[in-house]
Design a binder for this molecule. Sequence first.
Ligand SMILES: CSC[C@H]1O[C@@H](n2cnc3c(O)ncnc32)[C@H](O)[C@@H]1O
Ligand SMILES: [Zn+2]
Length: 444
Amino acid sequence: MTDFGGVLDLKIAYVNATFFTLDKDNLIFENGMMITEDNSISYIGQQLSELIDVEQIVDLKGKWVLPGLVNTHSHILMTLLRGKGDDMLLKPWLETKIWPLEQQYTTEIASVSAQLGILEMLKTGTTTFSDMFNPNGIDSDEIMESILSTGIRGAFSHTIFSMGSQIEQKRNLVEAERFAKKYKRVADGRLTTMVSPHSPYACRTEALLESLRIAKENELMVHTHVSETENEVYEIEKRYGVRPVEYLRSLGIFNQPTIMAHGVVLNDEEREILKHYDVRVAHNPISNLKLGSGIADIVSLLDSGIKVGIATDSVASNNNLDMFEEMRVAALLQKGMYKDATKLPAEKTLALATRIGAEAIGMGNTGSLEVGKKADFITIYPYDKEHLQPISAAYSHLLYAAHGNDICDVYIDGKNIVKDRVCLTIDEEKVIAEANRLQGKLVC
Ligand SMILES: CSC[C@H]1O[C@@H](n2cnc3c(O)ncnc32)[C@H](O)[C@@H]1O
Ligand SMILES: [Zn+2]
């Protein structure tokens, strides 16, 4: 595979900015400085008067600098399905709209979807994401090649289903395993893989057990949809006599590091199981609202000591990939649900969308501005933005007032990927034109 840009081994100082570390101490350095070497952060703190061996100085003049956002659950190949299935509950949405549309997929549609989705992610400040690919009729090698070239960081999986025949399921598993092995460590770990059985309702027991075997043998995380709706819990109880969490636990899935998307319908006993096995939850507040699934009780998950990340799900149920919007909705929902405005305060919610989200997907080498972590960061210039005035309360503005379009620059692995709102790795005009040409081929 071609590796976008090779390894960057310059020593660079970023100066004249306010740095929000979002580390455990939530340090803020006004008039601060960050030095990066070999794609990692080697200094963060007050501006130093003497710079030793620095080869380049980047003046960030008045900008806010924060770690890149981490989207813990998405389906980037669904980006061309934006607006093609609104105002429906999950089950009919999947069965009568999304799955028939995904049957029409070609590698070209998937590839343009990936480029458009990543363009949107990058330009709204997401530097890392964890994604489940739709496996129908696509050449995942071509898709991975095009994702690699964008410069983004992520963990990808070829989703495992058992909805067709045994032969189709077998083919699906073989491809998922090949994919998981091949892309386990690409571009110095910038791209990696997970193993993704779709859900307890769309996978037979044998497919879940095979997924577990692949994850174990290759030391990979499991990423799956669990307890998204009341209907799912009812269906699984009817099929297996136990709720989804107990069913997956009984199969041994949680013996492998696991991230489950949704967790909308959980009780205290299930939260205890998740905590015991260190299962992480990807919270998709907007998708859960739009599909009428409900509101996940994030406060109880966090109180139980469970790691929670924030996520968008796909644009077919969101309908954008703006993590600023997602964070704000996540915080407001918990306040409203608990009738308690102290729930999910700004700093905590930002931590879920950065450091804690990164840890939840096993990529703890990013997500905060700390010495030794990857140089993945984003900037905002607040001074010319009326909705970020007065500038006094930065954490508050980042959560309650900012939006994705405020992002000015994006750096990943120390490389400048977005500069003054222009993406340097994707031909924006071409991707948008291709997306508009191809979307007409998807009909349902
Ligand atoms: C594109 S990857 C795998 C598979 O997941 C389906 N999907 C997308 N969003 C959801 C969701 O919220 N719950 C369950 N399944 C979902 C998608 O259609 C793909 O087939
Ligand atoms: Zn999903």
